[in-house]
Write a protein that binds this ligand. Sequence first.
Ligand SMILES: [Zn+2]
Length: 487
Amino acid sequence: MMLNFSNSVGDPMVEIGRLGLIQFCGKDRFDSFEELKQFIEKLFNIYVFKTSGRIGQIFSSNSKFTSQSLVRPFPTDKKKKEARLKFSLELYSNLVKESYSGYCLSCGKKDDLCSVSKTIFPLTTGNSNTNFTSNFSNRFFMCKTCMTSLFFAPTNMQKVAGRMGFLISNNKEINEFWSENNIKEFNANIVKNMDSLVDSKINIFENFIYSIIEELQEEELFGDITFYLISNIDIDSNIEMVHILEKNMRFIHRVAPNFFKTKLTTTVKDEWNNLIYRYSSKDKKGKFRTRNESIKVLDTKLNIMVDHKTKKEKIKFEEDVIEKNNYKSIVKYFNPLISNFIQNRSLLGIFKRSHISWHLTEIYLKRIVEMREERLVALKKVADNLQGLNKNDDKEFIRKVVFPIERTKSQSELRTKLREFMRKLLVISDKPLFTAEEMVLQILPNGESWHETKDILLIALYEKLTFDEEIEEEFNKLIPNEGDDNE
Ligand SMILES: [Zn+2]
C-alpha cells in the first residue's frame, strides 16, 4: 500500500505535521508502513526519552504515552522508557491495522480510516483543548496519513511566548524554509540532550513574526503567511492567528533589507531600522526597556536543563543589547512599532511623533495603506503650499500653523482650519492652497479617514521644520504617546 504525503490538507495542525514529516524523513511517499516504521521509531524514541515536564513537553501527562500506570511495574528508568516506547509503537501499529468506513475529518479521504482520540496525539491534553479544528470531538475518524502527520507536528513548531508557534504560507518555499530550519535545530537539540521543541527564545508573538519576516525577506522569499500560536494545556488554549500579507513582507524588504546583525546602521541609510531600534530600546518615558527571562535549572530526574517553574530574571536592554553588541536580541523587547505593524494598525501616529521622512511615509502609504497616487500627490502639495506661510521663522510657523492643525479634533474642524490658512495664503500669494475639487476628492474625501489626512499633512510639514528644545517640549505636550506601551 502506497502512502502519499505530498498533498496539502486544510487542517493547520495536520498540515504542519505533514510538512515536518517530509523534512524529518526526507521524502513524501512511502511504499508501505514497513518503510515508514523506521522513522516512526526514531521519532517516538525522541518523544519518549526526551520529554521535559513543561512547555517543551510533547505529550501531556494524561496521554496514553506518558501514563504512569503503564510503566509502574518496571523497576528501572531504562526499563520504564523501553516499556513506553514498546507501548507507543504497538499503539501506532494497531491504529494502522484499523479500517473504518467514513470520511477523514482532516482531508476528506474516504474509508480505510482509524478511530482515534485526541489524547493519543502530541501537544494535546483534555477534551477542551482546542488545538485541533473545533469539530474534532474526543473520538473521531481519520485517515492514516493524516493520523501519522499529526505525530510529527511538534518537530515543526517553535516555543514562543510560553506557547507553540508555527506558520503556514501559500508559498511552498516558505514552508520548506521553515521546516528545514526546524528539523535541523530539532536534531541538534537531541544531540545536546535539550528540550525537544525548538526554542525561538522570543517571548512576544508579534516580535517572533517580525523576526521571521526579516529572515524570509533576506532569503528573498515572499508570500501570504498565517502564523499560529497554540498551547498544550487546557487553560488558555485558544488559538491565536495572525495573517501577514505579501505586501508587508515586500515593504520590509524595501525599507529594511538588512536587519541589525553586528552593528547599528545610520539614520540616513536606514531610517526604518533606526526607528525599530528606538522603540525597542526605550519606553515612552525614555527609559531603557527590560524583559523577563526564565531561569534554567537542572531537572535531576531527566538530567536536562528546563525552565524554572516560577523564577525569572530581569534583563536590561543596555547590558543585553548595547554592551554586548547583541543587536539580534532587539526583538526580545516589546516594541509598539512592531506590534502595530504586525497587527496591521496604522503607523502614521508613530511616524508623526518620530518626525519620520516623507520618503519613508510615502513608501508606507503606497505599499501598505495602498493609498491612491492622486491623493498622495494632493496632500503633499497642500503641505508644501502651507510653507508659504512660513516667514523664515520655524518656531512661529509651528505655533501659528502646524500646532493649530494638530489640535483639530474633527473633520469639520480640520476643513475649517485649512480654509482659514487658504485665505491667509491668498493675501500674500495668488497660488491657492488647494482647489475645491482637490478638497472634495483628495484631501477630505467622503468615506476616508480625516485623521489619516491630518497625520499625513503633519508628517510632511514636520519634515521641513527645525525643532528646538522649547518647541519639542510643546510638541510632546500636544501629542501624548497614545497606544505606545502596553506590555
Ligand atoms: Zn486524511
